[in-house]
Write a protein that binds this ligand. Structure first.
Ligand SMILES: Cc1ncc(COP(=O)(O)O)c(C=O)c1O
Length: 357
């Protein structure tokens, strides 16, 4: 059974609330796609030909420019950018595309987005959960995943930590795959930094991949739009395989991505919406007796009542609020729940009211 299937009972309980469910479980965006992006999608709607796997030059230029403007990433060539059909797709297939197999090890965070493990299992590699290099001992994995800000915990890794991982990986020829899905969503003074930032990598992208999704920052989850950027040789290898595996981002979506990456205004507005929802929900959770750990960035509150996560999920479901049990993300999440900020203002206000009564 898939973990989400085990939520049937609490989902039914939450749905039974007379004022309807507040679904804070999956974390799917709810705000309408910005007109500038929709218009670009529509304007590209009549193109009959196959899209290119590498993406249009306009798309790769837009990605390079956005990474520089928004996150201070320098020295990235457009050739070292590759669009993907949503980053879940890339993550699920990365070990396979890299040709990894049973003798290889993929390292994932102790509390992690489940698709890192799924991708390793699809390729048949071993998976090790570790947050520190010392946990790895002398072993040399093929890939180490980083995810800062983290899903589910919202924890941000500092520049020093990232730099140490990069140095360690370079000495051993290990590929660092940094999932930067929530990079633009730092709160309370937390400033998440990309693995490709010169302060982390010294301007050398060898052995590094940054994985960027447009799903959350531009509310484009429905379009399936992301890209990977970094080590030119690794990107070239991924491109070569993907060309023959049919993994092309549709042309109209590529055009929409150009518009999204070229416009920071809608991205700021989206961020502001999430900030307001967080400002409403975080104090309400605390006032209801929850301890909220980390959560200084990203789209989730990592909360506990110091009891098994299923009990907490059931307690919230009685109030019509559906959340994800922390154990979905690793054994260390057994006493936490993940509460998404991705609901309308009206639904967040309903959750706040229910938590208070
Ligand atoms: C950490 C992380 N990485 C990747 C993804 C996948 O995003 P998408 O496939 O929409 O780009 C998600 C989605 O929630 C996520 O939380």
């Amino acid at each position: 059974m898939f973990p989400w299937d085990t939520l049937a009972d609490v989902t039914a309980a939450a749905r039974a609330h007379p004022d309807g469910i507040v679904d804070l479980s999956v974390g799917t965006p709810v705000d309408a796609v910005a007109p500038v992006i929709r218009d670009a999608l529509a304007a590209a709607g009549s193109a009959p030909g196959y899209p290119t796997t590498h993406g249009t030059p306009a798309l790769r230029d837009a990605a390079v420019a956005a990474l520089q403007r928004r996150y201070g990433i320098t020295g990235l060539a457009p050739e070292a950018v590759l669009p993907v059909i949503g980053t879940k797709e890339l993550i699920a297939w990365l070990p396979t595309l890299l040709g990894l197999h049973a003798a290889d090890v993929v390292v994932v965070p102790e509390l992690a987005y489940p698709t890192y493990e799924v991708g390793a299992l699809l390729a048949g590699t071993a998976v090790v959960r570790a947050d520190s290099l010392t946990q790895l001992g002398p072993s040399v994995p093929a890939v180490v995943y980083l995810n800062s800000p983290s899903n589910p915990t919202g924890k941000v890794l500092g520049v020093d930590h990232l730099r140490k991982v990069v140095e360690w990986a370079r000495e051993r020829g290990v590929l660092v795959a940094s999932d930067e899905c929530y990079l633009g969503l730092g709160w309370e003074g937390a400033t998440p930094v990309s693995v490709l930032h010169p302060d982390v990598c010294g301007g050398d992208h060898t052995g590094l991949l940054a994985i960027h999704s447009l799903s959350k920052t531009s509310s484009l989850a429905g379009y399936r739009a992301g890209f990977v950027a970094g080590d030119p040789e690794v990107v070239a290898e991924l491109l070569a395989v993907r060309k023959h595996a049919g993994m092309m981002v549709p042309g109209p979506v590529q055009a929409a991505m150009v518009a999204a990456l070229g416009d920071d205004e809608h991205e700021r507005e989206q961020r502001a919406r999430y900030a307001l929802r967080r400002d409403a929900l975080l104090p309400a959770m605390r006032a209801a007796g929850f301890t909220v750990d980390h959560s200084e960035a990203g789209l989730y509150l990592w909360a506990t009542r110091d009891e098994p996560c299923r009990d907490t999920a059931a307690w919230l479901a009685e109030r019509g609020i559906l959340v994800a049990p922390g154990e979905f993300y690793g054994p260390r999440g057994a006493r936490h729940v993940r509460v998404a900020l991705t609901a309308t203002d009206e639904r967040i206000a309903a959750a706040v009211q229910r938590l208070a009564s």
